[in-house]
Design a binder for this molecule. Structure first.
Ligand SMILES: Nc1ncnc2c1ncn2[C@@H]1O[C@H](COP(=O)(O)OP(=O)(O)OP(=O)(O)O)[C@@H](O)[C@H]1O
Ligand SMILES: [Mg+2]
Length: 398
């Protein structure tokens, strides 16, 4: 990878972020999505935008890197003064929020229930509790709606969304429509919508409590369950009405040109395969455009090849010339140390070569128009502002 092309990639990546209102960071587990999201948000805030970084993880580490003790379920301003100590002069605002999925669904109830009584009834309902915590996709749906709400109603210039590992990110995209499909399911409608012929609510079936069907069903399920179901459906019918509409809005937002997806990956060949598969899935199955790639934890090639061939004695002499304690080591220990160092450098060199190969491969597999930036493998985890600054430099340049 030539230096010019790296520079061009960085520039294109900066442009990508500068031109969007929503950036979704996705990728497999542990590759650095949360770190990347924080860095993108931080960068945009430094550049002068009002930014919200939204994480779905209980990302304690993210909060810590940003210098706050925890992130809440509502946007919280991140003090930027601390950034000045790291040579950054932030011109914008940085906000952070942890999207608690269960709470997001409750938030939906707050928003769409007809009355306070109605709201309480839903929140205390056992089926609602199951629906909002255990049913596949409902939480992703709620999170997606919350995202839509934050985007349309609050005045952030940019929202950076950190997602859970890959498979869930796809759920996140599919959930709104899947849930809308389920809600529009004819059988379900028959239960909660008024019966067109008789004008009676389908719920009469349940609320009557004495009906033959209820009695028959109760033998198997217990009346308590049916009562709960009736309450759930009665209260939820008003919410169901807008599901399709909002599901479409979420998809339009995610698929539109205000949004972009950034795939984060490690250079390891297997991880790269997974990232490329995900990239393809996003494009073909979701019609979502991936705007950029972040290859994280790239082993930099810091050992010149000639160095690997250096005679052991020369390395030992260099060690001897160092200050104590290294300089004062016995010859035998110095030899051992020199051997270990050389072995380590050789291993590092091999890893760096492998990673460079992966980067070339990725470049070949994605269109030239998609920037691909890289972040070196740092010796330490990134859990401070200083760490984030270094990643920022790698992604966006100094
Ligand atoms: N380039 C890097 N060098 C060293 N450590 C890194 C680097 N990038 C990330 N890390 C560290 O690796 C760990 C995982 O990173 P992060 O939490 O960003 O990944 P993630 O993709 O969000 O993980 P998850 O899928 O669990 O949400 C963190 O401790 C982070 O500090
Ligand atoms: Mg994460």
């Amino acid at each position: 990878m030539s230096l010019q092309s790296m520079e061009a990639d960085r520039e294109a990546f900066s442009k990508l972020i500068a031109g969007r209102e929503l950036v979704v960071c996705a990728g497999s587990g542990g590759v650095g999505k949360t770190t990347t999201s924080a860095v993108i948000a931080l960068h945009a805030a430094v550049e002068g935008r009002k930014v919200l970084v939204l994480t779905i993880d209980p990302a304690k580490r993210l909060a810590n890197s940003l210098g706050v003790s925890s992130l809440e379920n509502t946007p919280q301003r991140i003090p930027l003064d601390q950034f000045r100590e790291h040579g950054l002069e932030p011109k914008g605002e940085l906000w952070g929020m942890m999207l608690d999925m269960k709470q997001s669904f409750d938030h939906l109830v707050d928003r769409y229930s007809a009355s306070e009584e109605n709201r309480q009834e839903i929140l205390n309902n056992k089926i609602y509790k199951y629906f909002s915590t255990s049913l596949a996709g409902t939480q992703e749906y709620a999170a997606a709606e919350r995202l839509l709400e934050l985007h349309t109603e609050e005045d952030y210039d940019l929202i950076v969304l950190d997602t859970p590992p890959t498979t869930h990110a796809l759920d996140f995209l599919e959930a709104p429509v899947r849930l809308a499909d389920a809600v529009e399911n004819k059988a379900l409608q028959w239960i909660y919508k008024p019966n067109l012929l008789t004008g009676r609510s389908g719920l009469g079936l349940f609320s009557a409590g004495t009906s033959y069907v209820v009695k028959a069903l109760s033998k198997f399920t217990g009346t308590a369950f049916l009562d709960e179901l009736a309450v759930f459906l009665r209260n939820f019918s008003s919410m169901f009405e807008g599901f399709r509409d909002r599901a479409n809005q979420v998809r339009e937002l995610l698929m539109g040109d205000k949004a972009t997806f950034v795939v984060v990956t490690a250079p390891d060949p297997l991880q790269l395969d997974e990232a490329l598969f995900f990239y393809e899935q996003l494009g073909t199955r979701q019609q979502v455009a991936v705007g950029g790639f972040v290859v994280n934890r790239v082993h930099p090639n810091w050992v010149p090849e000639a160095e690997l061939k250096r005679p052991l004695v020369s390395l030992m002499n260099e060690l001897e010339a160092l200050e104590e304690p290294v300089g004062a080591l016995s010859e035998e220990t110095r030899r051992e140390l020199a051997e270990n160092l050389r072995e380590n450098a050789a291993e590092f060199y091999t890893l760096a070569l492998k990673d460079a190969g992966s980067l070339l491969r990725l470049r070949e597999e994605i269109p030239q128009s998609i920037p691909m930036v890289q972040v070196p493998f740092f010796a330490q985890d990134i859990h401070s502002l200083e760490g984030l600054s270094r990643v920022r430099e790698a992604i966006f340049g100094a």
